[in-house]
Design a protein around this ligand. Sequence first.
Ligand SMILES: CC(C)(COP(=O)(O)OP(=O)(O)OC[C@H]1O[C@@H](n2cnc3c(N)ncnc32)[C@H](O)[C@@H]1OP(=O)(O)O)[C@@H](O)C(=O)NCCC(=O)NCCS
Length: 176
Amino acid sequence: MADFEPNILRATPDDSEDLSRLSTALFHLGCPAHTPAEDLLAFTSRELTAQKFREFIDDPGNAILLARVSNRLAGFALVAQAPAPQQSRADVELRKFYVDTPFHGTGLANVLMKEALATAEAAAKAGIWLSVFSGNPRAIAFYQRWGFRIIGEKTFVVGKDHQQDYLMENETPSRA
Ligand SMILES: CC(C)(COP(=O)(O)OP(=O)(O)OC[C@H]1O[C@@H](n2cnc3c(N)ncnc32)[C@H](O)[C@@H]1OP(=O)(O)O)[C@@H](O)C(=O)NCCC(=O)NCCS
């Protein structure tokens, strides 16, 4: 049971500005603490713009799920039809998963993950994968609780900063 019962909705292009703002504000939490500000900015100003979110939303291979509390955007998940880079046959990626800090530890992330996994499972033939910074123990523990396991590593580039990510997979046994 979550402390806040969010409304879970599919994003429309009108949500792009909100999505850009929230992801830009939270992006650094998923990176090493030493990541230079200019590298964070290089990434967010290219990859997390409202225009990028409009493109994500327009792509029929993607689904963005919003968690709204009292009409405020409290979190979102981006599910994308995309093959895992290696080590896995998984074909649907949980590409972004962000919950705003006041809602951490409230159970809201669980409500969002349940919906995100249902959306991902409906599209997946072999499994669901994600990558997460290897020094983000909170997110890793959260994903493990939801059935993801570490299957490998991959480099993620933020500006000029090369970060070590874990590749995690959640097989969908009913469809494997
Ligand atoms: C990742 C995220 C969605 C998880 O949501 P949350 O509400 O914080 O998650 P929960 O509190 O339900 O679960 C976190 C787990 O990590 C544990 N945890 C918290 N801090 C921890 C730490 N420093 N080290 C290890 N485990 C930690 C909690 O005890 C909990 O474990 P449990 O499931 O065994 O009880 C949220 O923290 C978030 O959006 N973070 C910022 C963005 C981010 O990093 N996204 C992931 C990018 S891949």
